[in-house]
Design a protein around this ligand. Sequence first.
Ligand code: GLN
Length: 193
Amino acid sequence: TPVVGVLALQGDVREHLAALTAAGATARQVRRPEELAEVAGLVIPGGESTTMSKLAIVFGLLEPLRERVRAGMPVYGTCAGMIMLADKILDGRDDQETIGGIDMIVRRNAFGRQNESFEAEVDIDGIDGGPVEGVFIRAPWVESVGGGAEVLATFDGHTVAVRQGNVLATSFHPELTGDHRVHQLFVEMVLRA
Ligand code: GLN
């Protein structure tokens, strides 16, 4: 089984560890560069992207993360994790850094201005068996994508799931539902990488 890490600086780490385990991976927390070096793929959880960005710098992980993503390691980011994987963000803090990896512009707290949190059914390209229950919590949306990025799902006219090569991102939190299909898709990406 593939060894898949969860970036454990901040956010809903435990829920992702459980979802990855249910999806057939060996799941591990990643907090140090040496731990990052040992995983074949990585999940970046939901939480608070400004804090995650700061802690990634403090823990000496930002550059190693950028290097692994550039080298093709599969990564999946949910919510704040999606923000971390955006090449560019809107409504971020001035000093907020991202890892990047997807040629997209992501707007922080975009849905939050309308609705702090809500659930909605989301149809995702490449996931069979009907829509997934999307849990949106102060969620970002994708304002625009560049040529290399593929839109996998929209909700209410806004892009909420994107993939570019081995990098996957969703505005919502599949780890908070009992439905592990998105994590299974990601584990397959890790197996194929
Ligand atoms: N609003 C948060 C941020 O900007 C993301 C919220 C979440 O991950 N649930 O980082």
